[in-house]
Design a protein. Structure first.
Lengths: 338, 338
């Protein structure tokens, strides 16, 4: 199979804001796109998505199939080429492997995990040791304003690469499976999505954690403040800088090299400036989740980062303080699983 | 004058929960007690206070005078023997010396500052360099449930001693002014209040900051949790222990000796156990202030502690983090003064 000769069968697990834009673009690129929807299942099944974007007129995206569960999705031995996971990752609430498990009936299916945080891949790898696993980091500006109604700001690119078991030879794996990376690159490019394939994508998880591990939890425990409010108030501005400095230290210790810059941002100051210079304030996802009384991704974004820091002997008192406060705040509306 | 021969003229500035109990006890002990009231002025002026206590039937406390401002209080050259300040201390919002200034028309008036925090005395000393200043630390369990209605748990003792300019000889001052300490001891004892006079009361401010500097701000930024909730949730329990460890280190560095134990509490673990073993959960004052959208005493309790830590070269990343978050949360309901 090549991108030119065959219509790829793609399943997107998590038909929220990010998943819907991925589905839309990949279908435009020629793929057969099925979606797994939960809260918006009825709307999407009946009328699809309406996507408004800064770049174009509102479009209607009608997935080739819409499922609410695995039984429907794999009925008749339906094997997907790609299962792209666009859900939040909440290992403190459930096993992340269970989220994809119902849709994987073949070792050939490539699992693409487009989720935030550190250490998100391992539970899935343990459950599906023979499937290729691609770790993807999304740079996308999108939200679902109503069920099935999506506002897309325009930015949409993904950094990705293979995830392998710790200790396995990533370079050898990359070489042996270069055709998969080539294929996914074609599929994404056909859909006019930016894709940057990396030999070691984990380095870029650390790039993204610089922002996610600072702005996200601090926005919540500072009283649900957006990026502009946090940056413009000197005490929280300094706290952000200090928290990012901790995160850079952890990333460097884990990687044994500098954290790769993203869009030229290679220091706490430059990340702050980049964020402040955006037209609209950024609403960190944890802040939005907290306001809407939804669980927050504190385990993969904050806790796993603290665990990585401890392994490397890097002190992270700010992250530890913010983490304890964050889970205490979440407990107010969303009691932890026992 | 001695306590035996003359009726002391006492003015209590701040007729809230703490001030009312002080007034009540001191009047019972034979003093002439005037109160300065603000929000509850009308009620107290008309009907006095109703004080319920775990130890006795509700009592009515009618102050000998109730004032709403300094002009009334000092009319006719009315000089007080003691001006006891029981207000919150909020130097970020106003000059603390202004709170007592209207009531001091003689160098003979002893100023007693019964307030929380570190560094509360200096602004008053600068303004009134010739008045004796007593720094007092209240251990009292009381709140005002409605205007003029006071619930007193029973505990009521004060640790106090002179405050002098940094660099001045405190021992010499103590000796020269022993009669004042003796007098205040008599006055408080006559009112059946516990009083513990100390040569260096500042040591005991650090004892109290161990609890106040940890439970208070953490209760707010953890999502307004009371002492029991904070202690029973492992992440905030550990954060309390770590924050108290920082505070003990600062206190030791400032004092050049161990922080004196209070009620046998001489470590983070023992403070936690003492607090957890109380019958009812403690509602930290900052938590109560935050819920009621009132300014919090973060400057004297947290910021001044951080400043003291920096002077001594003690790292306090937890306190700094919690402080930045605390002022950000306060800003949501109470914009800072520019």
């Amino acid at each position: 199979m090549t991108a030119e000769t065959s219509k790829r069968k793609i399943l997107i697990v998590g038909g929220g804001a990010v998943g819907s834009v991925y589905g839309w673009r990949l279908q435009e690129g020629g793929a057969h796109v099925a979606m797994v929807c939960r809260s918006n299942f009825k709307v999407v099944k009946e009328t699809g998505y309406t996507i408004t974007s800064g770049k174009m007129d509102p479009v209607q995206f009608i997935p080739d199939a819409v499922y609410s569960n695995g039984e429907e999705a794999v009925a008749g031995n339906n094997v997907f080429d790609y299962v792209i996971v666009c859900t939040k990752c909440l290992p403190n609430l459930y096993d992340p492997a269970e989220v994809v498990a119902p849709y994987i009936i073949s070792d050939k299916t490539v699992i693409v995990l487009v989720q935030n945080g550190i250490g998100i891949e391992e539970p899935v790898r343990v459950r599906f040791p023979n499937n290729p696993i691609i770790s993807g980091i999304a740079y996308i500006d999108v939200d679902q304003t109503q069920s099935g109604i999506i506002r897309h700001g325009g930015t949409n690119f993904i950094v990705c690469g293979f995830y392998v078991k710790e200790g396995d030879d990533l370079n050898a794996y990359n070489k042996d499976n270069a055709h998969i990376l080539e294929d996914i690159k074609n599929v994404f490019t056909a859909g006019n999505m930016g894709i940057n394939v990396q030999d070691n994508v984990q380095e870029y998880r650390w790039s993204k954690i610089i922002w996610n591990g600072s702005f996200n939890p601090i926005s919540v425990v500072a009283g649900c403040k957006d990026s502009k409010e946090l940056i413009d108030f000197p005490p929280t501005r300094q706290l952000l800088l200090d928290a990012m400095a901790e995160l850079y230290r952890v990333g460097e210790a884990v990687l044994g090299k500098k954290v790769p810059p993203v869009a030229g941002q290679d220091s706490p100051e430059s990340v702050l400036k980049y964020t402040r210079d955006r037209d609209a304030p950024v609403y960190p996802s944890m802040m939005v989740d907290c306001i809407n009384k939804r669980p927050m991704e504190h385990e993969v974004i904050v806790k796993n980062t603290i665990v990585a820091a401890k392994k490397c002997g890097v002190a992270v008192p700010i992250l530890e303080t913010v983490y304890a406060l964050l889970v205490s705040v979440e407990r107010s509306y969303c009691p932890p699983k026992n």
